[in-house]
Design a protein around this ligand. Structure first.
Ligand SMILES: CC(C)(COP(=O)(O)OP(=O)(O)OC[C@H]1O[C@@H](n2cnc3c(N)ncnc32)[C@H](O)[C@@H]1OP(=O)(O)O)[C@@H](O)C(=O)NCCC(=O)NCCS
Length: 215
């Protein structure tokens, strides 16, 4: 990447993660930290992101209950991020607008994935912390996800926030977690979660093009 391009991307909300965003892992070196860039996802990331997600989750990723809250929707503004190391896409995260039957607004976090060769360097943690900070800065009050509690508890996600909530499909209760960005934001949250974000065609178009090429 040229210095000029990098300067432009900095103006487009690109950050080098701070040292404290890497606290999940001691494995990352100062050199790797300096080379990692977290930025708003762009159209140029889509194909590499799809490959990364296929490798991380396989075809079953489209059958997840969380996918029912994402399909046909666009991610929340400013909350689709990519991690690049030396220009290569190595991580992705997206958050989505949702609301509970009880009328509580929240964001759904996921998918988040890091390429297999770059896992346990702190990239996933840096992506999640950056996304949560950006969500808080944008005034979002709560985040919900389906994922491994032993991983997500380090970011503050807890089971207790989703006890009265339902996913639109099967979910392992032990993996159904919530985080309040504002204290009390999920108090009284109950019932079925539904998508509330803007309709979006971008991912569907990219997937259709990919399937057409594979056929
Ligand atoms: C989960 C994932 C995003 C984490 O990214 P990462 O860059 O490897 O994460 P970090 O480097 O920030 O953290 C690594 C630490 O988390 C731990 N960890 C990773 N996945 C974990 C899990 N599912 N459960 C518990 N701990 C986990 C690692 O063992 C490591 O622990 P250590 O710091 O004590 O060595 C990545 O492993 C991944 O893409 N996995 C495949 C896709 C996936 O499962 N996504 C999450 C869907 S819910």
């Amino acid at each position: 990447m040229s210095i000029l391009t990098e300067t432009k991307m900095t103006a487009m909300n690109l950050v080098a993660p701070r040292a404290d965003q890497f606290q999940a892992s001691a494995a990352v070196t100062a050199d790797e930290r300096a080379r990692l860039r977290i930025s708003d996802e762009t159209a140029a990331d889509i194909e590499a992101r799809e490959r990364l997600l296929d490798a991380a989750f396989g075809p079953s990723r489209f059958a997840k209950s969380s996918e029912r809250l994402r399909v046909g929707r666009a991610p929340a503004r400013g909350l689709a991020l990519s991690a690049h190391l030396d220009g290569e896409l190595v991580g992705t995260i997206r958050l989505w607008h949702i609301a509970s039957q009880s009328g509580h607004a929240a964001l759904l976090l996921g998918p988040v994935a890091v390429s297999a060769a770059k896992q346990s360097l702190g990239i996933g943690g840096a992506l999640i912390r950056e996304a949560l900070e950006r969500a808080r800065a944008r005034g979002h009050k709560a985040v919900i996800l389906v994922g491994d509690e032993p991983y997500y508890r380090r970011f503050g996600f807890e089971r207790r926030h989703t006890l009265a909530l339902d996913m639109p499909g099967p979910v392992d209760p032990a993996r159904f977690l919530g985080l309040e960005l504002e204290a009390g934001a999920l108090d009284g949250a109950s019932g079925l979660l539904r998508p509330t974000g803007p309709r979006g065609q971008r991912l569907r178009a990219a997937r259709t093009a990919r399937l057409a090429r594979a056929a």
